[in-house]
Design a protein around this ligand. Structure first.
Ligand SMILES: Nc1ncnc2c1ncn2[C@@H]1O[C@H](COP(=O)(O)OP(=O)(O)OP(=O)(O)O)[C@@H](O)[C@H]1O
Length: 213
């Protein structure tokens, strides 16, 4: 089974993916942040580095889904952010805010469309919904150097596109969890609240039905 955690920057995907993997004995695949040569310069000059960064993420996410295809024959994989978010949220936002020019955006979209024809969708998507205050608090807490001047409007635009995305998502089962008042990193009760939602919505070892809930 393939499970993907989706959500804005600082929503808490990595922490949750790690905790769920430990809890259920799943394998986790993280996104390419450490060693990504384009992320720090991208935050300095988005217009200049947008295309490079999107190609880098698209390729790394494609590699992941190919790996997931092989691994899910034997085990459940939890993926920290899906390939859809690159295209429908980050790339689209760059385009809509004038940081991705028309030619680069069309080239990127065409690559994305080709790739998505060759991949399978996650059996379950878990969207972590968090408002600006929560996102900023968590971004500050982890203190990554290149994220320290992140524009609140950037986070707000991404949040809006996330909401549009989950509204229209039909590739498979989707769980929306509001994490604004949760602290599953510290509170076992909060973590249990999430595992109960998951337990109620998936039946381990069986194929998930294709439906939104
Ligand atoms: N397609 C993309 N385009 C631009 N930036 C991206 C893209 N994918 C990821 N990023 C950036 O990569 C960095 C790492 O992502 P993020 O912080 O969301 O992951 P994370 O550490 O898993 O977050 P979380 O706090 O939810 O665990 C962020 O700065 C994010 O903006």
């Amino acid at each position: 089974m393939h499970i993907a955690i989706t959500g804005n920057i600082g929503a808490g995907k990595t922490t949750l993916a790690t905790k769920l993997a430990n809890h259920y004995g799943w394998e986790v695949l993280y996104e390419a942040v450490d060693g990504n040569p384009y992320l720090p310069p991208f935050y300095e000059d988005m217009e200049k580095w947008a295309f490079h960064l999107q190609i880098y993420f698209l390729n790394s996410r494609f590699e992941q889904v190919l790996k997931i295809k092989q691994l899910t024959e034997r085990k459940t994989i939890i993926q920290d952010r899906s390939i859809y978010e690159d295209a429908y949220i980050f790339a689209r936002n760059l385009y809509e805010t004038g940081k991705f020019n028309e030619t680069d955006y069309q080239t990127y979209k065409s690559m994305f469309n080709t790739i998505t024809q060759a991949i399978s969708h996650p059996d379950l998507m878990i969207y972590l919904r968090a408002d600006l205050t929560k996102l900023q608090r968590q971004i500050n807490k982890r203190g990554r150097d290149f994220e320290k001047n992140i524009d609140p409007n950037y986070l707000l635009s991404l949040n809006k596109l996330y909401e549009d995305f989950v509204e229209l998502y039909t590739h498979g089962k989707l769980l929306v969890i509001d994490v604004n008042d949760l602290d599953y990193a510290e509170s076992e009760d909060d973590f249990r609240y999430i595992t109960e939602i998951i337990d109620n919505n998936i039946s381990m070892g069986t194929q998930l039905s294709i439906q939104n809930i």
